[in-house]
Design a protein around this ligand. Sequence first.
Ligand SMILES: [Fe+2]
Ligand SMILES: [Fe+2]
Length: 153
Amino acid sequence: MNDQPLMPSEVRQKVLSQHREIEQMLSELETGVAQLGTGAVDAGQVKRAAYALRGILELHMKFEEAHLAPAIEEADGFGPERVRHLYSEHADQRKQLDALVDAIRHAGSPDDLASGVAKLAAMLRVDIEEEEREYVTDTLLRDSIIPSDTFGG
Ligand SMILES: [Fe+2]
Ligand SMILES: [Fe+2]
């Protein structure tokens, strides 16, 4: 069910809504960190939330690889290059995320925790912004009425 091809416009909407959810989780993580001193939130909760976010980001990247990659591959002649770029960016992001989430989980002080969360949030916001500028556009992800290969391509 999940692997049925989606229309490019549906891919775009789903990726955008996942990005908004990720941003919401980042804001909640930041709010949590800001409340560390008040006793309302403890370090363990922030660490668990960061770890859970890593899992959600993995699902998000897998969704993009399953649905966004084929859609941008078919968009125009630069498709294969764009797909290679998406995969190489995801590979870098996975490494960075593992390192950042690891640092958060092993943070020994509220300051370390706060700086780890700030780095994670900054990295993800940049990634989301770049991805939306490069790939998740309505020009690339446009539903064509006529399949592109009807007239031999
Ligand atoms: Fe991505
Ligand atoms: Fe994304």
